[in-house]
Write a protein that binds this ligand. Structure first.
Ligand SMILES: [Zn+2]
Length: 221
């Protein structure tokens, strides 16, 4: 096997990273310096779901899997990109709109929804993200898919004072199946090759709800 290309699908982590409303903002400061200590080393603090990250089922259900309890196989696999760009603000990506694209999905594939909403990153409209309909997720779970991702901050509608949302139905549906969700992906347009190998391996935190990831798509032959 040869890795021909590695495409970065991850957001930059710094104090400018756009986080979910109310979440901690990443903070990076110098802890040691070459001049004083002989080496550079930073102190890093951030939310467990800042930037490109994976949600474990525990994020929405105390009784289910934490990030370290998920088999690593679930974070690596063949990617299927579902093109749903053109979906509007706070609109659902429906089963009917992408049914033909998921016919070839196999068990354990990693399904990434390309909504195009990543273009709103850094703007207030990033929180008016399109979201994925429960019927579509249910159909993919039946096919044996347990790993989902998208180029938006939330696979469900993001509630605010004008939009109460529906209570994160897709997060609950995927958590109930012990599946995982990768949010804040970017650069999905750069996956121009068939059968990308996706890797979204999380940092090895123990007993928590999720973790930042360096998400990549690899072209292999
Ligand atoms: Zn989430």
């Amino acid at each position: 096997m040869e890795i021909v290309r590695v495409v970065d699908l991850s957001r930059i982590i710094d104090s400018e990273t756009q986080v979910y409303p109310g979440d901690p903002v990443p903070h990076i400061e110098q802890h040691s310096t070459v001049r004083r200590d002989g080496f550079n080393l930073m102190s890093v603090s951030m939310g467990s779901q800042s930037g490109t990250h994976v949600d474990a089922p525990f994020h929405f259900d105390d009784s289910t899997l934490k990030i370290d309890e998920i088999p690593l196989e679930r974070f690596v696999g063949r990617g299927v990109i579902v093109d749903c760009h053109g979906v509007g603000a706070r609109e659902a990506v429906t089963y009917e709109s992408v049914a033909s694209q998921i016919e070839a999905v196999r068990p354990d594939d990693i399904v990434l929804f390309k909504t195009g909403w990543e273009a709103h990153y850094g703007l207030p409209t990033y929180f008016d993200n399109p979201f994925i309909d429960s019927k579509l997720i249910a159909a993919l779970l039946v096919r044996g898919v347990l790993t989902f991702g998208l180029d938006a901050i939330n696979i469900d509608e993001t509630p605010d004072s004008d939009h109460p949302g529906e209570g994160f139905p897709v997060h609950h549906l995927i958590a109930a199946a012990s599946g995982i969700i990768c949010e804040n992906l970017c650069n999905l347009e750069a996956i121009t090759f068939a059968d990308p190998v996706i890797s979204i391996l999380p940092l090895k935190f123990v007993g928590i709800d999720g973790a930042p990831v360096r998400a990549v798509a690899m072209e292999v032959r």
